[in-house]
Design a protein around this ligand. Sequence first.
Ligand SMILES: Cc1cc2nc3c(=O)[nH]c(=O)nc-3n(C[C@H](O)[C@H](O)[C@H](O)COP(=O)(O)O)c2cc1C
Length: 379
Amino acid sequence: MTAPLTIAELKKLAQRRVPKMFFQYADSGSWTESTYQANEADFKKIKLRQRVLVDMSDRSLATTMVGQKAAMPVALAPTGLTGMQHADGEMLAARAAEEFGIPFTLSTMSICSIEDIASVTKQPFWFQLYVMKDRDFVLNLIQRAKAAKCSALVLTADLQILGQRHNDIRNGLSAPPKFTAKNLWQMATRPGWCMGMLKTKRRSFGNIIGHAKDISDMTTLSHWTHSQFDTKLSWSDVDWIKERWGGPLIIKGILDVEDAKAAVATGADAIIVSNHGGRQLDGAPSSISMLPYIVDAVGDKIEVHVDGGIRSGQDVLKAVALGAKGTFIGRPFLYGLGAMGKEGVTLALEIIRKELDISMALCGKRDIKTVDREIIAEL
Ligand SMILES: Cc1cc2nc3c(=O)[nH]c(=O)nc-3n(C[C@H](O)[C@H](O)[C@H](O)COP(=O)(O)O)c2cc1C
């Protein structure tokens, strides 16, 4: 079999190698999945201007995101339970990102802990924060991220309550998996995945177990998560977080111009235009369709990033052309990880880099920093 050439091919391979409940955890949106689908579909509607007979030698994709160097304008998005797509998944993805020269963002709800990632990387990584009612626990997470020398904090603003994904309910999703007959069958048909999981001790929420009060096992954890996500979180809490963190702050989950302006007022360094990959408010517009409005409103005051639906380097190019300084990918790297472990994450990044580089050249540009709306064809 030839190596996968596209993110779609990596996805097919991941489906064959990852037990159904975890594959579907990644490949799902909330309710009707209309926003999940729109994220991808709206990229396809954007057409590029083909330009010819311009010098396209010596091209560069290098850029910065919140002042930090990135080999291309792409970061790995924070994704929960990544260590269930593949054993030690967060550690493998972080190392692939480091070798590639792009930022890796660790989710609060990861399987490998902040300390695990620090132990296998030399470059600083980014940490994504969910705010819990237990502020001592939140403060402790921030301090652990600082101790691990994380170089940006990504505050997720769009998940105070959880959007419903039907597959997760049907599959009885949990980490570690519950050993029902159905789940055991799903796992038995994925022997490579099982071998990996047997060899690692990391099968539960590494940032939480042993750190949050009274949490020693998973039964109490699921109850704790539902009761602990802070539904009262508001703009006024951002100051509290910003002060305690003291470093670059990125607010994730902005989809509305008014919220973008409110984010600017907090003094944050960047925002991520995002609908959580279509996993929260089903019926919300795609991220890429909102990006130009948000860039026009606040692009001169704050760095604007975007995620949701990026499945190729061409999608990255389109996002940059519409004003994103950086992009984040979630599922593309998860598919790579599930398909082929660390190598698969690297392959996903290589696929995206190649597509981005060739597309940029064919639009007549040599430096990603000069890409702007001029490369977009009128519809
Ligand atoms: C399986 C999965 C788990 C996720 N977990 C988190 C999380 O823990 N924290 C967070 O801020 N966003 C989370 N997200 C959202 C991603 O950070 C990102 O916004 C989204 O994946 C981008 O869309 P894409 O998957 O189409 O690239 C998750 C997304 C997926 C697919």
